[in-house]
Design a binder for this molecule. Structure first.
Ligand SMILES: Cc1cc2nc3c(=O)[nH]c(=O)nc-3n(C[C@H](O)[C@H](O)[C@H](O)COP(=O)(O)OP(=O)(O)OC[C@H]3O[C@@H](n4cnc5c(N)ncnc54)[C@H](O)[C@@H]3O)c2cc1C
Length: 407
C-alpha cells in the first residue's frame, strides 16, 4: 500500500507531543507534523479531569491548544489509533487502514490504567479515570448511582474520592497499603489525611485486595476484612502502565517503559519516546505532567540536532484533597536511618524536612500552600538547614508578625 509521507510523526496527542511540536516551531522548524490522536476530543489537560468531577466539564474545556493552533503550526491532527510501527520500513499503520512514512518518529503514547483482575466482573463493568471519556462514564453513573467503591490508594484514588464525596456520594476506598498515598508521605502526615477522610464520610479499607465481586441485580457486593460491602459502581485507580505495545512491535528495547537515553532516544536512532511511556536511567518512569512536557521539549531539541541532556528533577506532587493542600517532594529518596527527619507543626501546617549531611533531600508538608514554590526551590537547590530555617521559618514570618501584633 502507498504511504503518505511525513518528515515527522508523533503518536499520542498529549503534553509530551504538544511540547515537542512547540519546541520545533520555537526553533524555526516548519516541517509538517502528523499528530495521531487516539481520543475523542482536542488534546486536553489530563491532570484536570478527575479534579473537576463535582461540576462536570464539557469536551472543549481543558484543551491544551485550540483547534486553530494545529493549523497555524502546520500540524495534521488526526483522530485515529496507530496499530503498528515498522521501524525497518519507517512506516506506521493506523486502525482506519492508513499508512504513513516518517523520517523521525516520537512515541508519546502515555500510560493506561491497570484494571485489576476481579473475579465475577467483566472489565467494562470497572470504571477508570485515565481519560476524559472514562471520567464522562463515571459522571454518567452519578445521576442514578449513589455508592462507589474505589480500588487503589494512589493520588487519583484519593482525588476521585474527594470529588465523589463533594458530589454527595457514599465512597468506600480499598487499598493494599496501610495508608492511601503511602509512597508519597510519611505516616504522621497521612494520619491527618485519613482523619479528614473519615470525617467526610469515606469508608477506608487498608491492606486489602479486592479479588472477588458478586453481582446482585443492579448493584454489587464484596467482602473486605470480614465485612460485607455493597456498592453500585466500581472505579479502579490501581496505577498505570506505559503503553509500550507499539514499541514492542517495532522491536525497540522495552522494560517497564520504552528504554530511552538521556536524549530521549530509543534503541532505534530515528525513534524517540517521551512522557509517561518512557523509561529513564535507573528504571524510572516519571508519571508527571511537567516531566512529560520537559521530555517533549528535549526530544524536539534532539530532532533539531541540538541535543540537551535530560536529568531527572526531584519528583514533586501537589494535590488538594479533603480541604488539605498536600505537597510531596523527592520522598522516594528518603532512606530511614540515613536521612535526618525534622518534623514540625504550626497551626494546621505539618511538615517533615529530610536532610542528608545537612542538605535538604526531601520535603513533605500539608497546608503551607502559599510557600510551595519556595519549598520546591529549596529542594532543587538542596538548601542547608540554616537556609531552610531562614527562608522557610515555621511559624511563617507573616503569621508570626500578625500573631505578635495581636499580642
Ligand atoms: C486522572 C489523572 C490525574 C493526574 N493528575 C496529575 C497531577 O495532578 N499532576 C501531575 O503532574 N500529573 C498528573 N497526572 C499524570 C499526567 O497526566 C501524565 O504524567 C501526563 O498526562 C503524561 O503525558 P504524556 O504526554 O506522556 O501522555 P498521556 O497524557 O498519557 O497521553 C498519551 C496519549 O496517547 C494516546 N495513545 C496511546 N496509544 C495510542 C495509539 N496507539 N495511537 C494513538 N494514540 C495513542 C492515549 O490515548 C493518550 O491520549 C494525572 C494523570 C491522571 C490519569
Amino acid at each position: 500500500m502507498n504511504s503518505i509521507e511525513y518528515q515527522i510523526i508523533a503518536i499520542g496527542a498529549s503534553i509530551a507531543s504538544i511540547s515537542f511540536i512547540r519546541t520545533l516551531r520555537e526553533n524555526n522548524n516548519v516541517e509538517k507534523v502528523l499528530l495521531v490522536h487516539g481520543e475523542d476530543r482536542l488534546p486536553y489537560k489530563r491532570t484536570k479531569i478527575n479534579k473537576h468531577m463535582v461540576r462536570g466539564f464539557d469536551k472543549e474545556e481543558f484543551r491544551i491548544a485550540d483547534e486553530l493552533w494545529y493549523a497555524d503550526n502546520n500540524v495534521d491532527l488526526i483522530y485515529d489509533r496507530v496499530i503498528n510501527v515498522d521501524a525497518e520500513e519507517k512506516v506506521v499503520s493506523t486502525k482506519s487502514g492508513k499508512v504513513y512514512s516518517y523520517n523521525k518518529l516520537l512515541l508519546a503514547t502515555g500510560a493506561a490504567s491497570v484494571i485489576p483482575k476481579v473475579l465475577g466482573l467483566d472489565n467494562d463493568e470497572i470504571h477508570g479515570v485515565q481519560n476524559a471519556h472514562d471520567v464522562d462514564r463515571v459522571l454518567d453513573t452519578c445521576s442514578e448511582k449513589q455508592r462507589f467503591l474505589i480500588v487503589g490508594g494512589g493520588v487519583e484514588s484519593v482525588e476521585t474520592a474527594d470529588q465523589l464525596i463533594r458530589k454527595g456520594k457514599q465512597v468506600i476506598l480499598a487499598g493494599r497499603t496501610k495508608f492511601p498515598l503511602q509512597k508519597l508521605f510519611p505516616e504522621n502526615l497521612l494520619t491527618v489525611l485519613v482523619n479528614k477522610m473519615h470525617q467526610k464520610g469515606v469508608k477506608l479499607f487498608s491492606g486489602v485486595s479486592v479479588n472477588h465481586i458478586k453481582k446482585q441485580g443492579d448493584s454489587y457486593m464484596t467482602s473486605l476484612q470480614g465485612e460485607t460491602i455493597e456498592f453500585d459502581v466500581v472505579i479502579a485507580c490501581a496505577g498505570a502502565v506505559p503503553n509500550t505495545e507499539l514499541a514492542i512491535k517495532a522491536g525497540l528495547k522495552v522494560e517497564r517503559g520504552i528504554v530511552v537515553n538521556e536524549y530521549l532516544q530509543t534503541s532505534d536512532k530515528d525513534i524517540l519516546a517521551a512522557g509517561d511511556v518512557a523509561q529513564h536511567a535507573r528504571g524510572i518512569v516519571t508519571g508527571l505532567w511537567h516531566s512529560a512536557e520537559h521530555q517533549g521539549k528535549l526530544a524536539a531539541l534532539n530532532v533539531l540536532g541540538k541535543p540537551q541532556k535530560h536529568t531527572l528533577p526531584p519528583y514533586r506532587l501537589k494535590t488538594e484533597v479533603f480541604d488539605l493542600f498536600m505537597f510531596s517532594g523527592a520522598y522516594e529518596n528518603v532512606m530511614p536511618g540515613v536521612d535526618e527527619a525534622v518534623e514540625e507543626t504550626y497551626g494546621d501546617i505539618c511538615r517533615t524536612m529530610y536532610y542528608v549531611e545537612d542538605r535538604l533531600n526531601a520535603a513533605v508538608f500539608i497546608n503551607d500552600k502559599d510557600r510551595a514554590k519556595v519549598y520546591q526551590q529549596a529542594l532543587f537547590e538542596r538548601w542547608n538547614k540554616d537556609m531552610v530555617n531562614e527562608q522557610l521559618p515555621l511559624p511563617p514570618k507573616m503569621s508570626f508578625a500578625f500573631g505578635a501584633s495581636l499580642a
